[in-house]
Design a protein around this ligand. Sequence first.
Ligand SMILES: C[S@@+](CC[C@H](N)C(=O)[O-])C[C@H]1O[C@@H](n2cnc3c(N)ncnc32)[C@H](O)[C@@H]1O
Length: 209
Amino acid sequence: MTPNPPRIHVEDEKIARLRTFYGILESTKEHVELDLGCGAGSFTIALASRYPERQIYAADMLMGRLRKVVRRAENAGCSNVQAMQVEARYLLSRLLPDNSLDRIHLLCPDPWPKDRHRGHRLLASDFTTQIHRVLKEDGIFHFSSDDVNYCNAVGRVLEASGLFTPCNEAIADLDGVSSDFENHWKEQGLAVPHRAWKRLPLPVPGIGH
Ligand SMILES: C[S@@+](CC[C@H](N)C(=O)[O-])C[C@H]1O[C@@H](n2cnc3c(N)ncnc32)[C@H](O)[C@@H]1O
């Protein structure tokens, strides 16, 4: 019996498998946003369609979801979307240059509600430092979740770091731009609050630090 030939996905040519992010950032527009854990990309595409002058990066680990992002971007005529397969912590800690993004969106990330799984959550204090590093001056971190405890925990971590201050007005331009998971949770009758924080300058180190 002849084995089936491997399936070819035409979208794959357009998905960056990142080893370095520097080359990609060089040729971009002035305003750069990252949809981290973009999933199937409803938010990415709505954002990119509304603001064609902005560069929108869509990062996820799952190729199937990224292929969907690519197809949706093509169908919507968006040339300002770059999909990339990369692990979020690796992207932020190893690949992105300092001060490179205007806004990071982390929308409806997996909440890992059980105590023993909390370590899987993306938002931990070391990740907060990396978000701060890669955002431009006055850059914005935007978070949403249907999980109230996660939302509150993220607020506590960011604000206790001294690196961010609440700034919900910085996402006023996103009215009506929603993600796949947000739409899903809302259809189930759940609230999905959005919060945003502005990057603060690094605190001046005190004597002995
Ligand atoms: C719950 S879904 C939310 C998707 C989208 N943001 C939304 O709101 O519809 C979480 C997404 O994050 C991706 N993801 C989870 N952990 C990740 C990681 N460490 N690095 C990159 N992507 C990750 C998953 O593959 C999935 O597509």
